[in-house]
Write a protein that binds this ligand. Structure first.
Ligand code: F6R
Length: 586
């Protein structure tokens, strides 16, 4: 999704802004631009493509000035082109803005401003902010009041940073992330700490509905009514500095490889929040669990283990579908929300709906400074460090780690959650995965891949299909093994690859029967199992572990298959097309 950044300080802004945008690339985008304030005017350069591509074409770095703003755009309103890329200038060119989020009432505001003679260049909703600020500034001639007046009429969820005609930097936050960095060389405003962590580890997290004003007189925080707000400076966790690829070719590979450690860190989570979380789950009259994408797949596994081992029923609902089931929620129900980013709009929407029905919301989140913990009664952190690769990998196994830990606690240890054993098994897969790499090469030529699993392995089949399609752009579909005969067998022919998630457990024999049915129709079979079977055309061996714990380790070879198949196809595994790390729009 869009990333915004602003800087005002003693050193050249362009370099800082561009570096910040690069570090936030993982959020996903299609175009990029920056503006600086120099010699009493605003200079803008922008274009379509990655930061480096645009930079090599238009030399973003070369803009002069110590005040600057920057943006990476993920198109929502208007096509992907240079005109629609941010920053947007007001009609007169005196004010520039970068914006993240959506302005719901932009059409009526635009029409009204056009009637007053303000000119628009782009198709975006964002440009209305620039002209509205200009309109208010032209009338009020005061930055603080122009900001207050502007936010009083904007509808939607947004954060934006603006440069005013005297070089003042001002920002507003409403249901979209915005963080202020306080550095020795100046102030930074960004949608993500990664935008400035290179320069300072001191930050202020403004509340929702606040305005920031930075100029030669210093820094001010105001609420939307203009009342001053006081904030303490927080130290950013040092782990945020760990956002380099190191020896790895891609963040995705680095994050897959980190799992033997991150699973241990997750299991070490002994914070009091976890105890409270467990108490709430134990005593809940009705329980629901939600998430999107990978987080939802983790929710499906949670549903299975809570029922089987802790005898607790949890109803799962995909976050984007939750609004169609308002009757799920009442004052007796608890909603467990899972989200790596803590910013997925669908998840936040589901949570808000549950709260409107007086349900209690508890969450499991990786980015603890995000919106979800703020609107949850209790929030437990994944503790797996920043996940930069757009495809969720280590956050998935860490979500499982927390969920298993909770379920095992309630089940009196019946699951036998053993993070050391899981970590060791993951290491065994990762230490020499050249065979997986070879199979990924073959798979990269496939046009259809089906992934089959039964019981607790079915959500892994769904997660496998998500990883394969988002990283390789190959059509991939996860199926419960028993459903093959209800339709999908019609698709099996020699061009098809089928991955069977088939550990030697209670699902093994039925899966082998399915494998035979598939094989006689000519499709190729990749078996992921701790035990060889001659129906497999390719066998990916995984270590033996207890049935309940297999999901942790069977997902690792699948992540590697998806990653290496993407590398083989020359797609960028870290930034797959049309995807964003934080999906902050509905
Ligand atoms: C899959 C993926 C997405 C996210 C989904 C939810 O690899 O990255 O499907 O899982 O957008 O994101 P969070 O967990 O941040 O709410």
């Amino acid at each position: 999704m869009c990333s915004i950044i602003g800087y005002l300080g003693d050193i050249a802004a362009a370099q800082i802004v561009v570096n910040g945008l690069k570090r936030m690339e993982y959020r996903g985008y299609d175009s990029v631009g920056i503006a600086t304030f120099f010699g009493n005017q605003i200079l803008v350069r922008k274009g379509v493509g990655k930061v480096e591509e645009v930079n090599s074409k238009v030399k973003l770095y070369m803009l002069s000035g110590n005040i600057g703003i920057g943006h990476t755009r993920w198109a929502t309103h208007g096509r992907v082109n240079e005109t629609n890329a941010h920053p947007h200038l007001s009609s007169s060119g005196e004010i520039a803005i970068v914006h993240n989020g959506i302005i719901d009432n932009y059409k009526e505001l635009k029409e009204s401003l056009q009637r007053d003679g303000y000119r628009f260049r782009s198709e975006t909703d964002s440009e209305v902010i620039a002209n509205l600020l200009q309109y208010n500034f032209d009338t009020i001639k005061n930055i603080k009041d122009s900001m207050i007046k502007t936010v009083s009429v904007l509808r939607g969820d947004y954060s934006f940073v603006a440069v005013f005609p005297d070089g003042t930097l001002s920002a507003a936050r409403f249901h979209e992330p915005l963080i202020l960095g306080v550095g020795k060389s100046g102030y930074f405003i960004s949608s993500d700490v990664l935008g400035f962590v290179q320069y300072t580890d001191e930050a202020i997290y403004p509340n929702n509905g606040e305005i920031i004003i930075i100029n030669a007189n210093g820094l001010q925080f105001l609420d939307f009514l203009g009342r001053p707000v006081k904030h303490e400076i927080t130290k950013i966790s040092r782990e945020f500095a760990d956002v380099y690829k190191g020896k790895y070719a891609h963040f995705t590979l680095k994050e897959i490889s980190e799992q033997p450690n991150t699973i241990l860190k997750t299991a070490d989570n002994t914070r009091s929040e976890l105890e409270l979380f467990i108490e709430l789950v134990k005593n809940a009259k009705s329980l629901h669990i939600t998430g999107s994408g990978t987080s939802y797949n983790a929710a499906l596994i949670a549903k299975h283990i809570f029922l089987k081992y802790a005898k607790i029923k949890i109803e799962s609902v995909i976050a984007s579908e939750a609004r169609f089931y308002p009757d799920y929620f009442d004052n007796h129900s608890i909603l467990i929300a899972l989200s790596q980013s803590g910013e997925s709009a669908d998840v936040l929407e589901a949570v808000k709906m549950a709260k409107r029905h007086n349900s209690t919301v508890i969450s499991i989140v990786n980015t603890m400074t995000s919106s979800l913990p703020q609107i949850s009664s209790v929030s437990v952190g994944l503790n797996c460090g920043p996940e930069i690769g757009v495809a969720a990998t280590k956050s998935f196994t860490s979500q499982l780690g927390i969920l298993y830990k909770i379920a095992d606690n309630i089940a009196g240890g019946h699951i036998g959650f053993d993070s050391q054993k899981i970590s060791q098994s993951m290491k065994e897969i990762l230490v020499d995965h050249s065979k997986i790499r070879d199979i990924a090469k073959i798979l990269s030529y496939a046009s259809d891949i089906y992934i089959i699993g039964r019981g607790i392995h079915y959500p892994i089949a769904l997660e496998a299909s998500l990883k394969l399609k988002e990283l390789t752009y190959i059509h991939a579909e996860g199926l419960p093994g028993g459903e093959l005969k209800h339709g999908p067998l019609a698709l099996m022919d020699p061009s098809v690859y089928v991955i069977i998630i088939n550990p030697h457990d209670s699902t093994n024999q039925e899966n082998l029967a399915s494998a035979h049915e598939i094989k006689v129709r000519g499709a190729k079979i990749i078996g992921i199992s701790d035990k060889y079977d001659d129906t497999y055309d390719y066998w990916i061996k995984i270590p033996t572990i207890s049935e309940a714990l297999f999901p942790f380790i069977e997902i690792v070879p699948i992540q590697l298959l998806a990653y290496y198949a993407a590398v083989e196809k020359h797609t960028d595994p870290d930034y797959p097309r049309n995807l964003a790390k934080s999906v902050t729009v509905k």
